[in-house]
Design a protein around this ligand. Structure first.
Ligand code: PLP
Length: 388
């Protein structure tokens, strides 16, 4: 039996062989603690410094502005709580107001909710259109004098819409407000130059681009006050205590380096294959609707609603045909709730429950994708009871 075609890359990806080979020495022979004052420790510290320099080159920032974390969730938590509470600690008279969107990942939304419940912040949710885009005018209107922090994701994990983050950063800065962006899904597809984006903080996660689960990073602009979330031995310049995940950092750096090589070409090829796939799905299942923005979207994501079906049932039919995908965001998998993203885009609950997301890495070919569309049509017809 051949392995199913994996079209759930937005949930996680396999560790790339080169990544595994690069991290292996730091799990075995060179296993030292970077804080130790002997050869093992020095070797680990050197590897960590090299990994930090590579991640900094990837993000276009200084090495000192990179904080390694346990993943995207922690990076988002540190950004939201760290910057909001850091601002209040630096200036207790400053307002407590956060601007974000209702389509952020739960790591951002739940951190905002925590700041509201426990620290007296107010939050303003900027509405998004049916295409998932934030209108810069709405974003501007949501800011207040002294707004502490704004957070808008670079690309959405469910519908793939890519936000005009550079423009939003300019608007935020005109208001004196720092902007954080969650780039977990954009990583590997889009350039993440933080100076070009103009952002003050940016989150990435290794397991979306060929590094293992449990490693990520947060870029935080130097001199932006950051209150730590994890307290302890003072690693990561006091911003994130805990013995560093040296092998993980090496893995993230290696995955980042690999993703940078030929990224533009890979993204263009994937976008062309994506558009052909979208057209083919809409032919095979004529009343399906593409969710998210038709053009401003990730090259490796296509998500649909299939009226008159149930997303989970379509997934099962697809898996029977050798295709693995997802009915919503991975982190909410298993829950029967309709996607908060699709509800925020204006879909009703019933239609939102018919959503299926296909997401892939650059290793998936246009030919493989083309072969999926007829299977989607069959799966949808089967679920509707129209096919045998
Ligand atoms: N942010 C986004 C947009 C994501 O898609 C995810 C994971 O799905 C995360 C954050 C969380 O990252 P991690 O799984 O590394 O905690």
């Amino acid at each position: 039996m051949t392995a199913p075609l994996y079209l759930d890359a937005a949930a996680t990806s396999a560790v790339r062989r080169e990544v595994l080979e690069a991290m292996w020495p730091y799990l075995t022979g060179d296993f030292g603690n970077p804080s130790s004052h002997h050869g093992y420790g020095e070797s680990a510290a050197r590897a960590l410094a090299d990994a930090r320099a590579t991640v900094a080159a990837w993000l276009g920032c200084r090495a000192s502005e990179v904080v390694f974390t346990s993943g995207g969730t922690e990076a988002d938590n540190l950004a939201l709580k760290g910057i909001a509470l850091g601002a209040v600690a630096a200036d207790p008279d400053r307002g407590r107001h956060i601007v974000t969107t209702p389509i952020e990942h739960e790591a951002v939304l739940a951190s905002v909710d925590y700041l509201v419940r426990r620290h007296g912040f107010e939050a303003t949710m900027v509405p998004v259109g049916r295409d998932g885009l934030v209108d810069p005018a709405d974003f501007s209107a949501a800011l207040r004098p002294g707004t502490t922090l704004a957070s808008v994701m670079l690309a959405n994990n469910e519908v793939g819409t890519v936000q005009p983050v550079a423009e939003l950063a300019r608007i935020a800065h005109d208001n004196g407000t720092p902007l954080h962006t969650d780039a977990v899904q954009a990583a590997g597809w889009l350039p993440l130059d933080v100076r070009a984006l103009g952002v003050d903080a940016l989150s990435v996660s290794g397991h979306k681009l060929g590094a293992p689960k449990g490693i990520g990073a947060l870029f935080v602009r130097s001199r932006l006050p950051l209150e730590p979330v994890l307290h302890g031995g003072g690693q990561e310049r006091g911003r994130r205590s805990g013995t560093e995940n040296v092998a993980g950092a090496v893995a993230l750096a290696t995955a980042a380096r690999l993703s940078m090589a030929g990224q533009e070409r890979a993204a263009a090829a994937a976008a062309a294959a994506r558009d052909a796939f979208i057209a083919a799905v809409l032919t095979e299942a004529p009343d399906a609707q593409l969710t998210g923005h038709p053009a401003a979207r990730l090259p490796g994501t296509a998500s649909f609603v299939f009226p008159g079906t149930n997303g989970e049932a379509v997934l099962l039919e697809l898996e029977r045909r050798g295709i693995v995908s997802s009915s919503g965001s991975a982190c909410a998998a298993g829950s029967e709730e309709a996607s908060h993203v699709l509800l925020a885009l204006g879909y009703d609950e019933e239609l939102a429950r018919t959503a299926v997301r296909f997401s892939w890495g650059s290793e998936v070919t246009a030919g493989q994708l083309a072969a999926v569309a007829p299977a989607v049509g069959e799966a949808v017809r089967t679920v509707r009871g129209l096919a045998g």
